[in-house]
Design a protein. Structure first.
Length: 165
């Protein structure tokens, strides 16, 4: 049985770093970071661009599912809203696939620290992500608190949750 490992959480929580470590731990895997589907200049979020990104994600994940060489699909995106998650899942061919929905969280203070130390971030959206923390907590997902964990330790926790091969 294949695994679709969906890692969500606010920007700056460490999703990409943890997923890069997870790739080293589990076998026969592929990783898709939704940020790669948003590399537009200028970066514009509209209904049209959101639909385009979701189309690209669903198409790519379905291709990963169809590939016999891939057993574990690692996908990370912010996924603050349950409706976005449901829209994506409804478009995937999940026959023979176990879906693991995991949300990474950290305290407001830790999120500030990580965001402000990130060389790729100018901190503009920090208030937005802090404001969305209650929505992440309300999601129907397995939560991992990452405050005192390294990306490798987060990846190990994810691997243990799913008992991935």
């Amino acid at each position: 049985m294949k695994n679709l490992i969906i890692i969500g959480g606010p920007a700056g929580v460490g999703k990409t770093s943890a997923c890069m470590e997870l790739r080293k731990i589990i076998s026969a895997n592929v990783m898709l970071d939704a940020d790669w589907c948003w590399f537009m200049n200028p970066f514009i979020v509209t209904d049209e661009t959101q639909k385009m990104v979701e189309d690209n994600i669903a198409y790519t994940i379905n291709n990963f599912i169809a590939c016999s060489e891939i057993q574990n699909i690692i996908f990370c995106w912010t996924l603050a809203h349950a409706d976005t998650y449901e829209r994506l899942i409804s478009r995937m061919n999940l026959d023979g696939v176990r879906v693991h929905n995991i949300t990474l969280l950290c305290s407001e203070e830790e999120l500030k620290k990580r965001t402000l130390s990130d060389t790729n971030s100018d901190g503009r959206d920090l208030a937005k992500w802090i404001g969305l923390l209650p929505e992440f907590l309300a999601l129907s997902s397995t939560k991992i608190q990452t405050d005192s964990l390294t990306p490798k330790e987060v990846a190990q926790k994810i691997s243990q949750i799913g008992n991935f091969s």
